[in-house]
Ligand binder design. Structure first.
Ligand code: UTP
Length: 288
């Protein structure tokens, strides 16, 4: 059972400046729902109850978003707008939210390490909400099934990427052991194409054992001078069974401006309320 999920959200989001100067990147909306709420909804739909959000300076909007707004709910109730009221209640229903600060963004590994006391001694999920995945079955749920099927210690979401993109990801070396599953024997963060052990990149979903915290606390800064989660997971190989899992779904790198716009267009086109209008507009203006 995976009951807890960690959402690292303390980065500066520099690729979206100036939009992220005073507002968190994780609150950028995909149509009408902030990126981080997409991640939280995925976790809820995967059976997770406790959402642990790693925040930093300037991230108060995240805490406010996952808090009940009595005034807003009273107003919507008075107006008789049941649909919007249900959408607003959905934000806080079915989960408990916990926060921990990462005072300086020293890397993803460091952000996860900050959640140690809240996670305790149990396996947990990690969701990077800027990896948006449109999937028939929530990706974390797919991964939990693989975690159980292979009696894994850790499961990493992976996806094939073009050779000229491997330098942007953690890349695994692994042997295929089943449908979409790889036994990971090594991994390297942001390799040059000629040094990459495969084209299988780690995407922002993980199931990790509590032993990762000990590994993280002795992990030195790696690529980019940051404490890398990949380096700590690598040190678990041999002690824990690490599985790379090719999920079923379309993934958008919403941490980049291009990926974010692609995700917005794809989600908007699928939206029953605005999809037909957007499609008609794109055709009329010959934009697509
Ligand atoms: P990114 O590297 O994509 O986010 O980290 P960033 O640093 O905010 O963005 P850029 O590169 O400056 O544009 C992926 C996720 O990990 C979190 C980020 O908030 C993001 O959700 N993160 C990253 C942390 O919480 N702490 C860190 O030290 C680094």
């Amino acid at each position: 059972m995976i009951r807890k999920a960690v959402f690292p959200a303390a980065g500066f989001g520099t690729r979206f400046l100036p939009a992220t100067k005073a507002s968190p990147k994780e609150m950028l909306p995909l149509v009408d729902m902030p990126l981080i709420q997409h991640g939280v909804e995925e976790a809820k739909a995967s059976g997770v109850r406790d959402m642990i959000i790693v925040t930093g300076r300037g991230k108060n909007a995240i805490e406010d978003h996952f808090d009940v707004s009595f005034e807003l709910e009273a107003l919507l109730e008075k107006k008789g707008d049941g649909k919007l009221l249900a959408q607003v209640r959905q934000v806080t229903d079915g989960a408990d939210f916990f926060y921990v600060r990462q005072n300086l963004p020293l890397g993803l590994g460091h952000a996860v390490l900050r959640s140690m006391d809240l996670v305790g001694q149990e396996p947990f999920g990690v969701i990077l909400s800027d990896d948006v995945i449109d999937a028939p079955v929530p990706v974390l749920k797919q991964m939990i099934a693989a975690y159980e099927r292979y009696s894994a210690g850790a499961v990493l979401a992976i996806q094939k990427v073009p050779k000229d993109a491997v330098h942007r990801y953690g890349i695994i070396k692994g042997k295929k052991i089943g449908d979409g599953a790889y036994e990971v024997s090594d991994m390297v963060e942001k390799p040059r194409p000629e040094k990459a052990p495969s084209d299988l990149a780690i995407i922002g979903r993980y199931i990790l054992p509590p032993s990762i915290f000990h590994a993280l606390s002795s992990t030195k800064p790696g690529a980019g001078g940051e404490i890398q989660l990949t380096d700590a997971i690598r040190s678990l190989i041999g002690k824990e069974r690490v599985i790379g899992f090719e999920f079923d779904g379309v993934r958008y790198d919403a941490g980049t401006k291009l990926g974010f716009q692609m995700a917005n267009i794809a989600f908007a086109l699928k939206d029953p309320e605005i999809g037909p209008g957007l499609q008609a507009f794109l055709r009329k203006e010959r934009l697509a």
